[in-house]
Design a protein around this ligand. Sequence first.
Ligand SMILES: C[C@H](O)[C@@H](O)CC(=O)C(=O)O
Ligand code: MG
Length: 403
Amino acid sequence: MVRGRISRLSVRDVRFPTSLGGHGSDAMHTDPDYSAAYVVLETDAEDGLKGYGITFTLGKGTEVVVCAVNALAPHLLNKDLGDIVGDFRGFYRQLTSDGQLRWIGPEKGVVHLATAAVLNAVWDLWAKQEGKPLWKLLVDMDPRKLVSCLDFRYITDVLTEEEAYEILQKGQVGKKEREEQMLAHGYPAYTTSCAWLGYSDATLKQLCSKALEDGWTRFKVKVGADLQDDIRRCRLIRNMIGPEKTLMMDANQRWDVPEAVEWMAKLAEFKPLWIEEPTSPDDILGHATISKALVPLGIGVATGEQCHNRVIFKQLLQAKALQFLQIDSCRLGSVNENLSVLLMAKKFDIPVCPHAGGVGLCELVQHLIIFDFVSVSASLKDRYIRRVGRVCNHMETRNSVCF
Ligand SMILES: C[C@H](O)[C@@H](O)CC(=O)C(=O)O
Ligand SMILES: [Mg+2]
Protein backbone atom coordinates (compact mmCIF):
# COMPACT_ATOMS: atom_id res chain seq x y z
CA MET A 1 0.00 0.00 0.00
CA VAL A 2 1.63 3.29 -1.08
CA ARG A 3 1.61 6.12 1.39
CA GLY A 4 2.85 9.63 2.13
CA ARG A 5 3.14 13.02 0.56
CA ILE A 6 6.43 14.01 -1.04
CA SER A 7 7.95 16.45 1.41
CA ARG A 8 11.47 16.89 0.03
CA LEU A 9 13.39 16.38 -3.21
CA SER A 10 17.15 16.78 -3.04
CA VAL A 11 19.67 16.27 -5.83
CA ARG A 12 23.43 15.83 -5.68
CA ASP A 13 26.18 16.10 -8.27
CA VAL A 14 28.29 12.94 -7.75
CA ARG A 15 31.48 12.47 -9.78
CA PHE A 16 34.25 9.89 -10.00
CA PRO A 17 37.58 10.94 -11.61
CA THR A 18 37.63 7.96 -14.00
CA SER A 19 39.25 9.98 -16.80
CA LEU A 20 42.55 9.96 -14.85
CA GLY A 21 42.99 6.26 -15.66
CA GLY A 22 41.30 6.27 -19.09
CA HIS A 23 38.46 4.19 -17.63
CA GLY A 24 35.29 4.54 -19.69
CA SER A 25 37.14 6.14 -22.64
CA ASP A 26 36.01 5.59 -26.20
CA ALA A 27 36.41 7.06 -29.67
CA MET A 28 34.24 10.09 -28.85
CA HIS A 29 34.52 10.44 -25.07
CA THR A 30 38.22 10.59 -24.42
CA ASP A 31 38.10 11.99 -20.87
CA PRO A 32 34.88 10.77 -19.23
CA ASP A 33 34.42 11.32 -15.51
CA TYR A 34 31.70 8.85 -14.57
CA SER A 35 29.07 10.85 -12.72
CA ALA A 36 25.44 10.96 -11.73
CA ALA A 37 22.72 13.37 -10.76
CA TYR A 38 21.52 11.63 -7.61
CA VAL A 39 17.95 12.33 -6.51
CA VAL A 40 16.50 11.54 -3.09
CA LEU A 41 12.77 11.74 -2.39
CA GLU A 42 11.41 11.93 1.14
CA THR A 43 7.80 11.71 2.29
CA ASP A 44 5.88 12.64 5.41
CA ALA A 45 4.99 8.94 5.97
CA GLU A 46 6.15 7.49 9.28
CA ASP A 47 8.05 4.61 7.64
CA GLY A 48 11.03 6.93 6.92
CA LEU A 49 11.57 5.27 3.52
CA LYS A 50 13.27 7.32 0.82
CA GLY A 51 13.30 6.94 -2.95
CA TYR A 52 16.67 7.06 -4.70
CA GLY A 53 16.99 7.82 -8.40
CA ILE A 54 19.97 8.32 -10.63
CA THR A 55 20.78 9.49 -14.08
CA PHE A 56 24.22 8.77 -15.52
CA THR A 57 26.34 11.67 -16.80
CA LEU A 58 29.97 12.36 -17.69
CA GLY A 59 31.39 15.11 -15.46
CA LYS A 60 30.55 18.73 -16.32
CA GLY A 61 27.13 17.86 -17.77
CA THR A 62 26.00 16.81 -14.29
CA GLU A 63 25.53 20.39 -13.09
CA VAL A 64 23.16 21.07 -16.01
CA VAL A 65 21.11 17.96 -15.22
CA VAL A 66 20.97 18.97 -11.53
CA CYS A 67 19.43 22.32 -12.61
CA ALA A 68 16.84 20.49 -14.70
CA VAL A 69 15.94 18.19 -11.78
CA ASN A 70 15.37 21.25 -9.58
CA ALA A 71 13.19 22.76 -12.32
CA LEU A 72 11.01 19.61 -12.31
CA ALA A 73 10.75 19.47 -8.49
CA PRO A 74 7.50 21.52 -8.21
CA HIS A 75 5.71 18.73 -10.09
CA LEU A 76 6.46 16.37 -7.18
CA LEU A 77 6.52 18.43 -4.02
CA ASN A 78 3.46 18.03 -1.80
CA LYS A 79 2.02 15.38 -4.14
CA ASP A 80 0.60 12.21 -2.70
CA LEU A 81 2.63 9.17 -3.78
CA GLY A 82 -0.65 7.25 -4.13
CA ASP A 83 -1.96 9.85 -6.58
CA ILE A 84 1.28 9.73 -8.61
CA VAL A 85 1.43 5.96 -9.04
CA GLY A 86 -2.38 5.71 -9.20
CA ASP A 87 -2.23 7.59 -12.51
CA PHE A 88 1.41 7.05 -13.47
CA ARG A 89 0.75 7.60 -17.18
CA GLY A 90 -0.82 10.96 -16.35
CA PHE A 91 2.10 11.89 -14.11
CA TYR A 92 4.65 10.87 -16.77
CA ARG A 93 2.78 13.09 -19.24
CA GLN A 94 2.64 15.94 -16.77
CA LEU A 95 6.43 15.86 -16.29
CA THR A 96 7.24 15.48 -19.98
CA SER A 97 4.63 18.05 -21.06
CA ASP A 98 5.58 20.94 -18.75
CA GLY A 99 4.57 23.87 -20.94
CA GLN A 100 7.92 25.65 -20.51
CA LEU A 101 10.40 22.82 -19.95
CA ARG A 102 9.23 20.73 -22.90
CA TRP A 103 10.65 23.42 -25.19
CA ILE A 104 14.15 22.24 -24.23
CA GLY A 105 13.15 18.63 -24.95
CA PRO A 106 10.62 17.39 -25.71
CA GLU A 107 11.37 13.97 -24.22
CA LYS A 108 15.04 14.25 -25.08
CA GLY A 109 18.30 15.71 -23.83
CA VAL A 110 18.97 17.17 -20.40
CA VAL A 111 15.33 17.57 -19.42
CA HIS A 112 14.65 13.90 -20.21
CA LEU A 113 17.73 12.75 -18.25
CA ALA A 114 16.35 14.76 -15.33
CA THR A 115 12.92 13.17 -15.82
CA ALA A 116 14.59 9.76 -15.66
CA ALA A 117 16.36 10.55 -12.38
CA VAL A 118 13.18 11.84 -10.77
CA LEU A 119 10.98 8.97 -11.97
CA ASN A 120 13.62 6.37 -11.07
CA ALA A 121 13.34 7.74 -7.52
CA VAL A 122 9.53 7.46 -7.61
CA TRP A 123 9.73 3.82 -8.77
CA ASP A 124 12.33 3.07 -6.09
CA LEU A 125 10.11 4.55 -3.40
CA TRP A 126 7.09 2.63 -4.66
CA ALA A 127 9.02 -0.66 -4.68
CA LYS A 128 10.43 -0.01 -1.20
CA GLN A 129 7.00 0.74 0.20
CA GLU A 130 5.75 -2.54 -1.29
CA GLY A 131 8.77 -4.30 0.31
CA LYS A 132 10.03 -5.64 -3.05
CA PRO A 133 12.94 -5.05 -5.39
CA LEU A 134 11.75 -3.17 -8.49
CA TRP A 135 11.87 -6.21 -10.80
CA LYS A 136 9.58 -8.09 -8.44
CA LEU A 137 7.17 -5.16 -8.18
CA LEU A 138 6.95 -5.21 -11.99
CA VAL A 139 6.73 -8.98 -12.34
CA ASP A 140 3.94 -9.21 -9.73
CA MET A 141 1.97 -6.25 -11.08
CA ASP A 142 -1.35 -6.94 -12.75
CA PRO A 143 -0.82 -6.47 -16.53
CA ARG A 144 -3.71 -3.97 -16.74
CA LYS A 145 -2.15 -1.84 -14.04
CA LEU A 146 1.25 -2.13 -15.68
CA VAL A 147 0.13 -0.93 -19.10
CA SER A 148 -1.72 1.93 -17.41
CA CYS A 149 1.70 3.28 -16.31
CA LEU A 150 2.94 3.59 -19.91
CA ASP A 151 2.49 6.44 -22.35
CA PHE A 152 1.58 5.04 -25.76
CA ARG A 153 1.42 8.47 -27.38
CA TYR A 154 3.38 8.41 -30.67
CA ILE A 155 3.77 4.61 -30.75
CA THR A 156 0.23 3.35 -31.27
CA ASP A 157 1.01 2.81 -34.97
CA VAL A 158 3.19 -0.12 -33.89
CA LEU A 159 1.99 -0.96 -30.37
CA THR A 160 -1.40 -0.26 -28.84
CA GLU A 161 -2.22 -0.54 -25.17
CA GLU A 162 -4.31 -3.63 -25.96
CA GLU A 163 -1.42 -5.33 -27.79
CA ALA A 164 0.91 -4.53 -24.90
CA TYR A 165 -1.61 -6.06 -22.53
CA GLU A 166 -1.82 -9.22 -24.66
CA ILE A 167 1.98 -9.56 -24.67
CA LEU A 168 1.99 -9.33 -20.88
CA GLN A 169 -0.90 -11.77 -20.59
CA LYS A 170 1.00 -14.31 -22.70
CA GLY A 171 4.06 -13.68 -20.52
CA GLN A 172 2.14 -14.94 -17.47
CA VAL A 173 2.63 -18.51 -18.72
CA GLY A 174 5.79 -20.02 -17.20
CA LYS A 175 6.52 -16.84 -15.23
CA LYS A 176 7.13 -18.62 -11.94
CA GLU A 177 9.70 -21.00 -13.49
CA ARG A 178 11.53 -18.12 -15.19
CA GLU A 179 11.65 -16.18 -11.95
CA GLU A 180 13.15 -19.21 -10.19
CA GLN A 181 15.64 -19.59 -13.06
CA MET A 182 16.77 -15.98 -12.63
CA LEU A 183 17.19 -16.33 -8.89
CA ALA A 184 19.12 -19.58 -9.24
CA HIS A 185 21.30 -18.82 -12.28
CA GLY A 186 21.26 -15.07 -12.98
CA TYR A 187 21.30 -13.32 -16.35
CA PRO A 188 24.14 -13.78 -18.89
CA ALA A 189 26.55 -10.84 -18.88
CA TYR A 190 29.54 -9.38 -20.75
CA THR A 191 32.40 -7.11 -19.75
CA THR A 192 33.94 -4.00 -21.32
CA SER A 193 36.28 -3.35 -18.44
CA CYS A 194 39.45 -4.62 -20.12
CA ALA A 195 39.25 -2.78 -23.43
CA TRP A 196 38.59 0.95 -23.04
CA LEU A 197 40.14 2.93 -25.85
CA GLY A 198 42.54 4.84 -23.59
CA TYR A 199 44.16 1.65 -22.24
CA SER A 200 47.64 0.63 -23.38
CA ASP A 201 48.09 -2.83 -24.90
CA ALA A 202 49.83 -3.92 -21.68
CA THR A 203 46.82 -2.89 -19.59
CA LEU A 204 44.44 -4.52 -22.05
CA LYS A 205 46.41 -7.80 -21.85
CA GLN A 206 46.61 -7.75 -18.08
CA LEU A 207 42.88 -7.00 -17.61
CA CYS A 208 41.85 -9.50 -20.26
CA SER A 209 43.87 -12.30 -18.56
CA LYS A 210 42.25 -11.40 -15.26
CA ALA A 211 38.76 -11.40 -16.83
CA LEU A 212 39.43 -14.82 -18.36
CA GLU A 213 40.62 -16.12 -15.00
CA ASP A 214 37.42 -14.75 -13.46
CA GLY A 215 35.39 -16.77 -15.95
CA TRP A 216 34.23 -14.09 -18.41
CA THR A 217 33.22 -15.44 -21.81
CA ARG A 218 31.97 -12.25 -23.54
CA PHE A 219 34.09 -9.16 -24.12
CA LYS A 220 33.46 -5.74 -25.64
CA VAL A 221 36.27 -3.69 -27.19
CA LYS A 222 36.19 0.00 -28.05
CA VAL A 223 37.06 0.85 -31.66
CA GLY A 224 36.68 3.67 -34.15
CA ALA A 225 39.48 6.20 -33.76
CA ASP A 226 42.33 4.59 -35.73
CA LEU A 227 41.95 1.54 -37.94
CA GLN A 228 45.47 0.18 -37.46
CA ASP A 229 45.12 0.47 -33.67
CA ASP A 230 41.78 -1.29 -33.87
CA ILE A 231 43.22 -4.16 -35.92
CA ARG A 232 46.09 -4.59 -33.46
CA ARG A 233 43.88 -4.44 -30.36
CA CYS A 234 41.16 -6.69 -31.78
CA ARG A 235 43.79 -9.25 -32.86
CA LEU A 236 45.31 -9.15 -29.39
CA ILE A 237 42.03 -9.70 -27.62
CA ARG A 238 40.72 -12.32 -30.09
CA ASN A 239 44.00 -14.28 -29.73
CA MET A 240 43.69 -14.14 -25.96
CA ILE A 241 40.04 -15.18 -25.73
CA GLY A 242 40.17 -17.76 -28.53
CA PRO A 243 37.75 -18.33 -31.42
CA GLU A 244 34.73 -19.49 -29.38
CA LYS A 245 34.22 -16.66 -26.93
CA THR A 246 32.07 -13.68 -27.88
CA LEU A 247 33.57 -10.36 -28.96
CA MET A 248 31.52 -7.16 -29.36
CA MET A 249 32.79 -3.84 -30.76
CA ASP A 250 31.68 -0.31 -29.89
CA ALA A 251 32.44 2.77 -32.04
CA ASN A 252 30.42 5.30 -29.98
CA GLN A 253 29.05 7.16 -33.04
CA ARG A 254 32.44 7.91 -34.59
CA TRP A 255 31.78 7.11 -38.25
CA ASP A 256 29.84 8.31 -41.27
CA VAL A 257 27.68 5.61 -42.83
CA PRO A 258 30.00 4.47 -45.68
CA GLU A 259 33.00 4.70 -43.34
CA ALA A 260 31.27 2.41 -40.84
CA VAL A 261 30.70 -0.24 -43.48
CA GLU A 262 34.27 -0.04 -44.83
CA TRP A 263 35.83 -0.03 -41.34
CA MET A 264 33.80 -3.01 -40.18
CA ALA A 265 34.70 -4.95 -43.32
CA LYS A 266 38.31 -4.63 -42.12
CA LEU A 267 37.46 -5.79 -38.59
CA ALA A 268 35.20 -8.65 -39.71
CA GLU A 269 38.06 -11.18 -39.48
CA PHE A 270 37.86 -10.84 -35.67
CA LYS A 271 34.28 -12.15 -35.78
CA PRO A 272 32.42 -9.50 -33.77
CA LEU A 273 28.88 -10.33 -32.72
CA TRP A 274 27.91 -6.68 -33.08
CA ILE A 275 29.11 -3.21 -33.87
CA GLU A 276 27.59 -0.80 -31.39
CA GLU A 277 26.71 2.81 -32.26
CA PRO A 278 28.49 2.83 -35.63
CA THR A 279 27.13 6.29 -36.49
CA SER A 280 24.98 9.14 -35.16
CA PRO A 281 22.28 7.87 -32.79
CA ASP A 282 19.77 10.05 -34.66
CA ASP A 283 20.46 8.48 -38.06
CA ILE A 284 17.82 5.78 -38.29
CA LEU A 285 18.15 5.17 -42.01
CA GLY A 286 21.94 5.27 -41.73
CA HIS A 287 21.78 2.46 -39.19
CA ALA A 288 19.50 0.56 -41.56
CA THR A 289 22.04 0.92 -44.39
CA ILE A 290 24.90 -0.24 -42.17
CA SER A 291 22.85 -3.08 -40.81
CA LYS A 292 21.96 -4.34 -44.29
CA ALA A 293 25.57 -4.09 -45.48
CA LEU A 294 26.92 -6.03 -42.49
CA VAL A 295 24.47 -8.94 -42.62
CA PRO A 296 26.64 -10.88 -45.15
CA LEU A 297 29.61 -10.46 -42.77
CA GLY A 298 27.63 -11.94 -39.88
CA ILE A 299 27.87 -8.71 -37.87
CA GLY A 300 24.81 -7.23 -36.18
CA VAL A 301 24.18 -3.57 -35.34
CA ALA A 302 23.53 -2.64 -31.71
CA THR A 303 22.37 0.79 -30.62
CA GLY A 304 20.28 2.67 -28.09
CA GLU A 305 22.42 4.10 -25.30
CA GLN A 306 21.90 7.58 -26.77
CA CYS A 307 18.44 7.04 -28.26
CA HIS A 308 16.33 9.88 -26.98
CA ASN A 309 13.01 8.20 -26.57
CA ARG A 310 10.52 5.49 -27.57
CA VAL A 311 9.84 7.23 -30.89
CA ILE A 312 13.42 6.77 -32.12
CA PHE A 313 13.34 3.13 -30.99
CA LYS A 314 10.05 2.66 -32.83
CA GLN A 315 11.60 3.89 -36.06
CA LEU A 316 14.82 1.87 -35.61
CA LEU A 317 12.62 -1.21 -35.29
CA GLN A 318 10.40 -0.26 -38.22
CA ALA A 319 13.45 0.39 -40.42
CA LYS A 320 15.12 -2.92 -39.45
CA ALA A 321 18.08 -0.78 -38.43
CA LEU A 322 19.31 -2.86 -35.49
CA GLN A 323 19.73 -6.50 -34.44
CA PHE A 324 20.37 -5.76 -30.74
CA LEU A 325 18.38 -3.07 -28.92
CA GLN A 326 20.12 -1.26 -26.08
CA ILE A 327 17.75 0.48 -23.69
CA ASP A 328 19.26 2.85 -21.16
CA SER A 329 17.54 3.13 -17.79
CA CYS A 330 18.45 6.80 -17.46
CA ARG A 331 18.24 8.19 -20.99
CA LEU A 332 14.67 7.08 -21.59
CA GLY A 333 12.05 8.48 -19.21
CA SER A 334 12.67 5.89 -16.50
CA VAL A 335 10.87 2.58 -16.09
CA ASN A 336 7.68 3.91 -17.70
CA GLU A 337 9.26 4.57 -21.09
CA ASN A 338 11.71 1.64 -20.93
CA LEU A 339 8.83 -0.79 -20.52
CA SER A 340 7.14 0.50 -23.67
CA VAL A 341 10.40 -0.10 -25.58
CA LEU A 342 10.75 -3.63 -24.15
CA LEU A 343 7.23 -4.38 -25.38
CA MET A 344 7.92 -2.96 -28.86
CA ALA A 345 11.13 -5.03 -29.07
CA LYS A 346 9.10 -8.13 -28.21
CA LYS A 347 6.63 -7.35 -30.97
CA PHE A 348 9.49 -7.00 -33.50
CA ASP A 349 11.30 -10.03 -32.05
CA ILE A 350 14.52 -8.09 -31.43
CA PRO A 351 16.62 -9.01 -28.37
CA VAL A 352 17.22 -6.32 -25.75
CA CYS A 353 20.78 -6.00 -24.38
CA PRO A 354 20.66 -2.94 -22.10
CA HIS A 355 23.36 -0.33 -21.99
CA ALA A 356 25.02 -0.28 -18.59
CA GLY A 357 28.37 0.27 -16.94
CA GLY A 358 27.93 3.93 -15.99
CA VAL A 359 27.22 5.02 -12.42
CA GLY A 360 24.16 3.10 -11.26
CA LEU A 361 23.29 1.67 -14.69
CA CYS A 362 24.20 -1.96 -13.96
CA GLU A 363 22.15 -1.76 -10.79
CA LEU A 364 19.16 -0.21 -12.56
CA VAL A 365 19.00 -2.19 -15.80
CA GLN A 366 19.16 -5.57 -14.10
CA HIS A 367 15.64 -4.92 -12.80
CA LEU A 368 14.37 -4.08 -16.29
CA ILE A 369 16.01 -7.02 -18.00
CA ILE A 370 14.87 -9.53 -15.40
CA PHE A 371 11.35 -8.22 -15.85
CA ASP A 372 11.85 -8.55 -19.61
CA PHE A 373 12.89 -12.20 -19.28
CA VAL A 374 10.25 -13.18 -16.73
CA SER A 375 7.23 -11.29 -18.12
CA VAL A 376 7.92 -10.24 -21.73
CA SER A 377 10.53 -11.99 -23.87
CA ALA A 378 10.71 -15.33 -22.00
CA SER A 379 14.01 -15.89 -23.83
CA LEU A 380 17.75 -15.53 -23.17
CA LYS A 381 18.69 -16.06 -26.82
CA ASP A 382 21.15 -13.35 -27.99
CA ARG A 383 20.58 -11.43 -24.78
CA TYR A 384 23.35 -10.13 -22.54
CA ILE A 385 23.58 -7.60 -19.78
CA ARG A 386 26.63 -5.54 -19.02
CA ARG A 387 28.44 -5.95 -15.69
CA VAL A 388 31.30 -3.85 -14.32
CA GLY A 389 33.17 -3.87 -11.02
CA ARG A 390 34.79 -0.44 -11.04
CA VAL A 391 31.73 1.64 -10.20
CA CYS A 392 29.48 -1.14 -8.91
CA ASN A 393 31.64 -1.45 -5.84
CA HIS A 394 30.46 2.01 -4.80
CA MET A 395 26.84 0.81 -4.86
CA GLU A 396 25.00 -1.11 -2.23
CA THR A 397 22.28 -3.21 -3.83
CA ARG A 398 19.94 -5.98 -2.96
CA ASN A 399 19.15 -8.83 -5.30
CA SER A 400 22.07 -8.54 -7.69
CA VAL A 401 21.51 -11.45 -10.04
CA CYS A 402 23.88 -10.91 -12.97
CA PHE A 403 26.95 -13.03 -13.63
C1 LIG B 1 31.69 7.15 -22.19
C2 LIG B 1 31.15 5.80 -21.81
O1 LIG B 1 32.09 5.11 -21.04
C3 LIG B 1 30.79 4.98 -23.04
O2 LIG B 1 31.96 4.59 -23.71
C4 LIG B 1 30.00 3.78 -22.58
C5 LIG B 1 29.57 2.88 -23.67
O3 LIG B 1 29.53 3.17 -24.84
C6 LIG B 1 29.14 1.52 -23.30
O4 LIG B 1 29.21 1.18 -22.12
O5 LIG B 1 28.67 0.81 -24.18
MG1 MG C 1 28.32 1.77 -26.00
